[in-house]
Design a protein around this ligand. Structure first.
Ligand code: URP
Ligand code: ZN
Ligand code: ZN
Length: 470
């Protein structure tokens, strides 16, 4: 099947241009000058022509940080791969990289197989895996080498969550040395979990059990200190480092200092850290704030975190926007922490809204159109070894394409989202712009407000090494 997308403005990380895009089967075969002889001939021969006049034609989103069905705090993230990837498709994301989970005492290989089984045959869009290494030992270090050879080329470690995913500095250093040898990318949850647990226990002893205390005890200093420590360990371990879900200005400062000194350090932030805050969201009355409990936490509005993060997105000290999609319902899930914020499962669902929320940065003059595409598609594809198959519009790339209508205004609500959540963290947020059509490997999966895809269309993506290795 050949399809020509004509009359659109094609946005890539390098610019915006009027161009026609020719798709044959699952791939883009040409990007053509509109009205040129070859474009006219392509239209005459195409089995389908999509008129993209007035809309942006962008590469499908690549969300490099999701947690479908993550077991956390005695429950599981509420989106499975079927619902979660369908919701992602609605929001213009055509590839996710999810985290397979291994904990101390578990075999990495078995854990990874569990993740393959959860995803296989269920995904609406393409997917790959990072591997969480929660138990660093001789065997799991060896397993990292094998995984890199098999296309799982990035590993998340935790300086937070003692007793669950936490690794001490020695274990982190060993994993970094292993990654230096095998070309893997170390992804770090950078918060000082040992110190956080002390403050959390003291808060509960004082009777401060409400959700907002989650944010109060997870101090920005603890994120900054851990980010600094991770950077120093990576320098000694001689491996590249990618800081996940960065939320505090102070942590960003550590990344900026390291990058200015030439370190191969990267950082990601998420929409929740650009739009939500501790007081107005986590501090909502009653138990409502539990819907905003995530780690790293939302930061205080009485500082400049949002402004600094937007600046970091412009200067490339923050190179990726992912969602850290980890949804839980209020009922029966977040409610596990009704009496004690420490028992609230950590996470916010947002896989459906990343492209739209970041596009508001274009509308508000924070970032340019090409930077929007770079942050949401191109750099994550490069970072995680998916480029140029994913993350761009060029001949030879997969035909993962979103038609984005900049003139459509709508409002986010639990009543119109597709994630498995009984609330929306962005309820009432007005969005300028809208995902109009989504094409995944040549197949239209969202069209005219209808989902036309199917579970099982999404294929596993064996990833190469990060393009940012030096
Ligand atoms: O609150 C969060 N971020 N939950 C998911 C687990 C993680 O640390 O990424
Ligand atoms: Zn994390
Ligand atoms: Zn996460």
């Amino acid at each position: 099947m050949t399809t020509l997308i004509k009359n659109g403005t094609v946005i890539t990380s390098t610019g915006a241009d009027g161009a026609d895009v020719l798709i044959d089967g699952e791939q883009i075969v040409a990007v053509l000058q509109p009205g040129s002889d070859v474009a006219v001939a392509a239209e005459a021969g195409a089995e389908r022509v999509i008129d993209a006049a007035g809309v942006y034609v962008i590469p499908g989103g690549v969300d490099g940080h999701t947690h479908m069905e993550l077991p956390f705090g005695g429950t599981n993230a509420s989106d499975d791969f079927e619902n979660g990837t369908r919701a992602a498709a609605w929001g213009g994301t055509t590839t996710i990289v999810d985290f397979a989970v291994q904990k101390e005492g578990e075999a990495v290989r078995d854990c990874l197989e569990t993740w393959f089984a959860k995803a296989e045959g269920n995904c609406a869009i393409d997917y790959g895996f990072h591997q969480i290494i929660g138990g660093v030992d001789d065997q799991s270090l060896k397993d990292m080498d094998a995984l890199v050879d098999e296309g799982i080329t990035s590993f998340k470690l935790f300086m937070a969550y003692p007793g669950v995913f936490y690794s001490d500095d020695g274990k982190i250093l060993r994993a970094m040395q292993q990654a230096a040898g095998n070309g893997g990318l170390i992804m770090m949850h950078a918060e000082n979990g040992i110190a956080i647990d002390v403050l959390a226990e003291q808060a509960v002893e004082r009777g401060e059990t409400a959700p907002v205390n989650h944010g109060r005890v997870r101090r920005a200093e603890f994120e900054s200190e851990a980010t600094h420590r991770a950077i120093q360990l990576a320098k000694v371990g001689a491996c590249p480092l990618y800081i996940v879900h960065l939320s505090a200005s102070e942590a960003l400062e550590q990344v900026m200092i390291a990058r200015d000194r030439g370190a191969n350090v990267f950082a990601e932030t998420c929409p929740q850290y650009l739009y939500l805050n501790l007081e107005d969201h986590m501090g909502r009355p009653g138990f409502e704030g539990a819907g905003y409990v995530c780690s790293t936490p939302l930061r205080t509005k009485h500082a400049h975190h949002h402004e600094d993060l937007w600046q970091g997105l412009r200067t490339n000290d923050l190179s990726v926007v992912a969602t850290d999609h980890c949804p839980f319902c209020m009922k029966d899930q977040k409610e596990l922490g009704l009496d004690d914020f420490r028992a609230i499962p950590n996470g916010i669902g947002g896989v459906e809204h990343r492209m739209d929320l970041l596009y508001q940065g274009v509308v508000n003059g924070e970032i340019s159109l090409p930077r929007w595409v770079e942050l949401c598609s191109t750099t994550p594809a490069r970072m995680f070894g998916l480029y140029p198959r994913k993350g761009t519009i060029q001949a030879g790339a997969d035909a993962d394409i979103v038609l984005y209508d900049p003139n459509h205004t709508w409002t986010i609500s639990v009543n119109n989202h597709h994630m498995t959540m009984d609330y929306s963290a962005y309820e009432g947020t007005e969005i300028n712009g809208h995902v109009h059509t989504v094409i995944s490997r040549g197949r239209t999966i969202i069209e005219n407000g209808t989902y036309t895809g199917s579970a099982g269309h999404g294929q596993y993506q064996r990833r190469g090494l990060s393009q940012y290795l030096i």
